[in-house]
Design a protein around this ligand. Structure first.
Ligand code: TYM
Length: 337
């Protein structure tokens, strides 16, 4: 009898911290790109609340942001039937594996993480141990699901490199245990810069409201922020060194329209910055309008969001437990039947 084997689908994992209003940086660097995988990969997308508490959070706000982030995943097009959408603290295996992997991660490695250095500067009065071991928890998120691909913005690549190193080290000591993951960086939008200081990354924790465009900003706010975006004293819309503001607007425009730099330069030839800024603002506002209205609809239906959370965490917990049991067995923990 002929046997046929179905090739095993590869696994995708990614997540966003519910630590603020999500920006178009989060959207273009990660969430927007996730839908493309749902037909061909096993996809898990997590709201990483355990990560968020490395910085002090207001409890009511954290709770609300957790629902909001999940709602934004769905409003951005992710089908909860085709993707496993869940909240990190609902699956205890993340914290459990994290402890184990802490013992296979070096102090020196964690000391070199740029996000740790940046955040220690920014939150100098709260440089807690969680902030330091944050990348180990992230490695646990990824390795628990035998993840092949991690779609993220460029700022997370150093953490993914570390996850690869931890997986490789563990596999070398105990034999094949973890899939060694790869990062997946989008062509346009891997690093969206601040509109107010275009040499700095756009961030959900920026205190300057004009620096970041939020996915849920009103149309008027979006248009206003783009009109006020910091550029330079030149007038020609083209990508060039030293034109950080215009380069960033071109990246945003390209990520939303799929147009190349050459096409954008041609489109705005002889038109000047004012015209370009309005076009970018309108494009972004048009693209985000349906996300916003779907978000509003979902936030009015908490029961539905809770069902998604529950189903997602049950599926995730099942997969996570398989890896965790394997890890416990390999390192010599007893597991009475
Ligand atoms: P977070 O919450 O800071 O950001 C979520 C995602 O958005 C991307 N991103 C950006 N992309 C382009 N331009 C920007 N200005 C910009 N700002 C943020 C981030 O690269 C990220 O993809 N440590 C992660 C969360 C995390 C995670 C994981 C991700 C925890 N565990 C496991 C992947 C896999 C973080 O802080 O993302």
């Amino acid at each position: 009898m002929e046997t046929s084997t179905t090739p095993q689908r590869k696994t995708i994992f990614s997540g966003v911290q519910p630590s603020g209003m999500l920006t178009i940086g989060n959207y273009l660097g990660s969430i927007k790109n996730w839908k493309a995988f749902e037909e061909t990969y096993d996809c898990l997308y997590c709201v990483v609340d355990l990560h968020a508490i490395t910085v002090r959070q207001d409890p009511a706000m954290l709770r609300r942001r957790t629902y909001e982030t999940l709602a934004l995943y769905i409003a951005s097009g992710l089908d909860p039937e085709k993707n496993t959408l869940f909240v990190q603290s609902h699956v205890p295996a993340h914290a459990e594996l994290s402890w184990v992997l802490n013992c296979y991660t070096m102090f020196g490695e964690l000391s070199r993480m740029t996000q740790f250095k940046d955040k220690s500067r920014k939150y100098a009065s709260n440089i807690n141990a969680g902030l330091f071991t944050y990348p180990v928890l992230m490695a646990s998120d990824i390795l628990l699901y035998q993840t092949d691909l991690v779609p993220v913005g460029i700022d997370q690549m150093q953490h993914i490199e570390l996850s690869r190193d931890i997986a490789g080290r563990f596999n070398q000591i105990y034999g094949d245990t973890f899939t060694v993951p790869e990062g997946f960086i989008p062509k346009a939008g891997a690093k969206i810069m601040s509109l107010a200081e275009p040499e700095k990354k756009m961030s959900k924790s920026d205190t300057n409201g004009n620096a970041s465009v939020y996915i849920l900003d009103s149309r008027d706010d979006i248009l206003r922020k783009f009109k006020r975006a910091v550029t330079d004293s030149d007038t020609v819309v083209c990508r060039a060194e030293g034109k950080d503001g215009i380069n960033n607007l071109m990246t945003i425009y390209s990520a939303f329209t799929g147009k190349s730099d050459a096409e954008i330069e041609k489109e705005f030839e002889g038109l000047g910055y004012g015209h370009f800024k309005i076009a970018v603002g309108e494009t972004v506002a048009d693209a985000l309008a349906p996300v916003r209205s779907e978000f509003d609809r979902l936030m009015a239906d908490k029961a539905y969001l809770e069902t998604v959370m529950k189903n997602g965490s049950a599926k995730a917990a099942y997969l996570a437990r398989k890896t965790l049991s394997k890890v416990y067995r390999k390192i010599g923990f007893t597991q009475p039947k």
